[in-house]
Design a protein around this ligand. Structure first.
Ligand code: ADE
Ligand code: ZN
Length: 326
């Protein structure tokens, strides 16, 4: 028990967090009331988000996001999310931001949303000691054309704060290579790359993400375990997985944490990090993830320290920032 308390209290580096997906339900309800938007249907009687399968989860996610209508709303969201993360021991977080939700893909609007988010993050860094960086993410089920607009927004605002480009959304739609134009544009703008793959589709999707988008990191990627050749590719190329065990169990990718391949992947030498994905949707936090992994696999403080080092090395930030979290 003492050991668990020490593990929960470790400083943590989180690389995979969707900003809207981290919105506390109370925050969304309050905003909906202020704006007279009806969102009762996305909540259970106990106040938590209500969804069934993954596609329904995405629908509820987008319904919750629909109450966020201005840069000021996103500034408030950023503050609320960073308070939760800091309370869980997170010292550095990379968050997925979406121009599709922040201004509908319009570059001028996106600049205003980004400025508001960044200002809130700077304030939280001063008050709470948590550092944030942003990764623009396109949404796979919105299609390649909207992804191009997201990539353009990312390229135009790339820098020491907006440091990456990625893709989330429904992995069962289309193919990684449909988005190669957007990832090429982001790479040319010197953005670091990550994409969701191997969460819903199998190892082949991970292979395609590496081959067709040339990403440095993969969101989830855990189903690489189904093909030893793909595991070898990840090890050889040093590609880092952003593993979100609680998300995978809650959404039904695996029936329980003990059945999750994260420990096997680690033993095979795959570089991996631990994140929450969308904490209130999955009733989790970074401290909860650490505790669940310690229980399921007997991971010690040393294992988590090793994972934090991997995360700091894989972070999409400049060296001065990296030095502060290592
Ligand atoms: N968007 C938010 N969470 C996601 C997930 N787990 N997979 C794909 N897209 C997402
Ligand atoms: Zn995700």
């Amino acid at each position: 028990e003492e050991q668990i308390a020490a593990i929960r209290a470790l400083p943590k580096v989180e690389l995979h967090l969707h900003l809207e997906g981290a919105a506390p339900p109370d925050f969304i309800r309050r905003l909906a009331r202020e704006k007279s938007v009806r969102v009762d249907h996305i909540f259970r009687p106990d106040g938590s988000y209500d969804y069934g399968d993954f596609v329904h989860f995405l629908t509820v996610y987008e319904a919750a996001t629909s109450v966020l209508k201005s840069p000021e709303d996103y500034a408030r969201l950023t503050r609320a999310v960073l308070e939760e993360s800091a309370a869980s021991g997170v010292i550095y977080t990379e968050s997925f931001l979406s121009p599709d939700f922040c201004g509908g893909g319009d570059l001028g609007a996106w600049r205003e949303y980004l400025a508001a988010i960044r200002e809130a993050a700077d304030e939280a860094e001063r008050d709470l000691g948590i550092t944030m960086r942003g990764i623009v993410t396109c949404i796979r089920h919105f299609g390649p054309d909207r992804a191009k607009r997201a990539a353009l927004c990312a390229a135009e605002t790339a820098g020491d704060w907006l440091t990456g480009f990625g893709m989330a959304g429904d992995e069962n739609r289309g193919h990684q290579k449909d988005f190669a134009w957007s990832f090429d544009m982001a790479r040319e703008a010197e953005l670091n790359l990550t994409t969701h793959a191997g969460e819903w589709r199998g190892a082949r999707e991970v292979r395609e993400a590496v081959r067709d988008l040339r990403v440095a990191r993969i969101g989830h990627g855990v189903r690489a375990i189904e093909d030893p050749e793909v595991v070898d590719i990840l090890v050889e190329k040093g590609i880092v997985l952003e593993v979100c065990p609680g998300s995978n169990v809650t959404l039904g990718v695996y029936p329980r944490i003990a059945a999750h391949p994260v420990d096997k992947l680690r033993r095979k030498g795959v570089k991996l990090t631990i994140s929450t994905d969308d904490p209130p949707f999955f009733h989790t936090s970074m401290a909860d993830e650490y505790e669940a992994l310690a229980h399921a696999f007997g991971w010690t403080e040393e294992v988590f320290e090793d994972i934090a080092v991997t995360a700091a090395e894989a972070a999409f930030c400049d060296e001065a920032t990296r030095a502060g979290i290592r």
